[in-house]
Design a protein around this ligand. Structure first.
Ligand code: SF4
Length: 263
């Protein structure tokens, strides 16, 4: 094993700025093969990413974390991704049901500290069950969503999962997203048309008003203190000092330092 740092990734990430999501998804499959997985919460950006994976026939599995308190519309969207796009969506679950958690720990999501603990138990820990299976996790973060996402890199280190995070849609604008949704008639979580600009757990997500920022409906009851759940590391830190362990030959391929061909 060898070390791959965020600084090394930044150099290659900068050269990816002009590349399309299709290109970057193909790159991910080419470099990581079966060690790449996507991750989606079944919101509209994730639906577009899932559609791209299906359209390009990349055979990349999709991880979905079901916190046990998802909206039924979100679960239905996941099921449609499986059946209509032929995707392999794998659902990860927390250890405890929300009822068991509440009996043991109280209603965590009603305080800022409790929200962090709840999100860690119900989102981050389930994802960690897949640790070791993948070297790359492909997400659908977009800079157009603003906030911390406004500066999300195309390639990032995920220290906890020991993977590279790939955001092929980082530069996909709202207009491009809308055009793609319409052109391909993409399956979308119906809650988006009911005023939800982003969609998480049913305990902590509300619709937003037209003058509000997109994430105003997340943890509204906690004010602006809690804006992200922590399942995406770049939402909660810049990771500039982070490094992960990967095989040297894989690092060489990621950084374009070696060509895989036989003479
Ligand atoms: S969004 Fe709310 S209910 Fe869902 S895991 Fe986080 S704190 Fe818990």
């Amino acid at each position: 094993m060898a070390r791959l740092t965020q600084q090394q990734l930044n150099k290659i990430s900068k050269t990816f700025e002009e590349r399309t999501p299709d290109d970057l998804l193909r790159w991910a499959k080419d470099i990581f093969g079966d060690r790449a997985s996507a991750i989606s919460a079944m919101q509209q950006s994730g639906s577009v990413m899932c559609h791209m994976i299906s359209r390009l026939k990349l055979d990349i599995p999709v991880l979905f974390v079901d916190t046990g308190v998802m909206f039924q519309e979100t679960l239905d969207t996941r099921d449609r991704m499986n059946s209509e796009y032929g995707l392999n969506v794998r659902t990860l679950h927390p250890e405890l049901t929300m009822q068991e958690q509440t009996e043991q720990l109280g209603v965590l999501y009603l305080t800022v500290e409790g929200q962090e603990e709840c999100c860690h138990k119900r989102k981050v820990e389930p994802l960690l069950k897949a640790k070791g299976e993948f070297d790359a996790l492909i997400g659908s973060l977009r800079r157009a969503d603003g906030g911390r996402r406004g500066v999300c890199p195309i390639l990032a280190i995920d220290l906890e999962m020991n993977t590279v995070r790939i955001n092929p849609m980082a530069n996909f604008t709202d207009e491009q997203l809308a055009a793609y949704l319409e052109e391909h008639d993409v399956i979308v979580n119906p809650l988006h048309k009911q005023g939800f600009s982003t969609i998480g757990c049913n305990r902590c997500t509300t619709p937003v008003l037209s003058h509000e920022v997109k994430r105003a409906g997340r943890w509204r009851h906690l004010g602006t203190a809690a804006a992200y759940c922590g399942i995406n590391p770049t939402d909660i830190g810049d990771g500039s000092e982070d490094a992960i362990d990967l095989p040297q030959d894989l690092i060489d391929r990621i950084l374009g330092q070696k060509t895989d061909f036989m003479i």
